[in-house]
Design a protein around this ligand. Structure first.
Ligand SMILES: Cc1ncc(COP(=O)(O)O)c(C=O)c1O
Length: 330
């Protein structure tokens, strides 16, 4: 069903969206900063907070950047060429981004996902024409990883596997796009950069760029406070296999985020700012609040990796009516 492969058209390293796009991949990046200072999280009026709304990427998340850079690099190095299929084991934002980019560039995409992944997710990936192969839901994401490895081992010549956890193009995407966009949008005034961590690509690449521009900028990770957490897409590094692209020693600080605090901030943001985001945005907001309560002045920029419509049927929203009751009483 996929058309003949096409070359990725733009370098996407320019800082503005084109008025007209030849391909959906030209619309990756260039996302806006939203001023969220009015939420009142800061102690001092001289602290400003901005959220970079990555949900405005065409595939709906920050992962469009990493996926595009990895695919482009595959094309450049010849690891991806006509006849090959893009293969990965992800049911999350990276899967959706790869499916979108594969469709746009004319490469078939096969994604391995646990069979209990939500209907919205299945639809989002298949809508882009990706083939979904299911692993046992009982085995979680590890089951999908193992099945993906097996498929690759059986016919390695058939596939291109981007491997976001080890691929240097993942942080490079943020070094070349997210970092310069934040620097430009704040006129170089950013003092703190906050991102939640999954593969670590966003924080490593953006942090490296910003520190090269100004070594005083503090790079702060929002991390789930416990191995068992409800912050989809994020890793509690101390209890996880640490991704090869992630170098904790390059961070200035990690702020532990309780799941319920992140969820509450998602509800608050939705009700008070008209922006419904996913739980990893709530985590970034929670860590930013910790900083904002400490600082006398500063410009905090955080990443909101996606919008909340991807999670409307998940546990994120089960506590919402309780929260509303509490806040109506308050
Ligand atoms: C929803 C969501 N938020 C945050 C992240 C973290 O981004 P990164 O992998 O760049 O650390 C991811 C991906 O892993 C994600 O899917």
């Amino acid at each position: 069903m996929t058309a003949a492969p096409r070359a990725a058209t733009s370098s996407a390293s320019h800082l503005e969206l084109p008025d007209r796009a030849a391909s959906i991949v030209d619309l990756v990046g260039h996302t806006p900063l939203l001023d969220v200072t009015a939420l009142g999280l800061a102690r001092s009026p001289r602290v400003r907070l901005y959220a970079k709304l990555e949900g405005f990427n065409p595939g709906g998340s920050v992962k469009d950047r990493a996926a595009l850079w990895m695919v482009r690099d595959g094309l450049k190095t010849g690891k991806l060429h006509p006849g090959k299929t893009i293969l990965d084991s992800t049911s999350g934002n990276t899967g959706i981004a790869l499916a979108m980019i594969g469709a746009a560039l004319g490469y078939p995409v096969t994604l391995v996902a646990p069979d209990n992944v939500s209907r919205e997710r299945k639809r989002a990936m298949t809508a882009f024409g990706a083939e979904l192969i299911f692993s046992s839901g009982m085995e979680g994401s590890d089951g999908a990883i193992l099945l993906c490895r097996k498929l690759l081992a059986e016919t390695p010549e058939r596939f291109f596997k981007p491997d976001q956890y080890a691929n240097p193009m993942n942080p490079q995407a943020h070094y070349e796009s997210t970092g310069p966009e934040i620097w430009e949008a704040t006129g170089g005034r950013v003092t703190h950069f906050v991102a939640s961590i999954g593969t670590g690509g966003t924080i490593m690449g953006t942090g490296r760029y910003l520190k090269e521009r100004n070594p005083a900028i503090q790079v702060v990770a929002a991390e789930p406070d416990d191995a068992l957490h409800g912050l989809e897409g994020l890793k509690h590094m101390a209890s996880s296999i640490v991704p090869p692209i992630y170098h904790e020693e390059r961070l200035d600080r990690k702020v532990p985020v309780p799941t319920d605090a992140a969820y509450d901030l998602v509800y608050e943001l939705g009700a008070r700012s008209g922006v419904v985001v996913g739980q990893s945005s709530g985590a970034a907001l929670c860590a930013s609040r910790t900083l904002a309560r400490e600082l006398d002045d500063g410009v905090i920029v955080m990443i909101f990796p996606d919008f909340g419509d991807r999670y409307l049927s998940t546990n994120l929203w089960t506590g919402w009516s309780e929260w509303l009751k509490r806040h109506r009483r308050a």
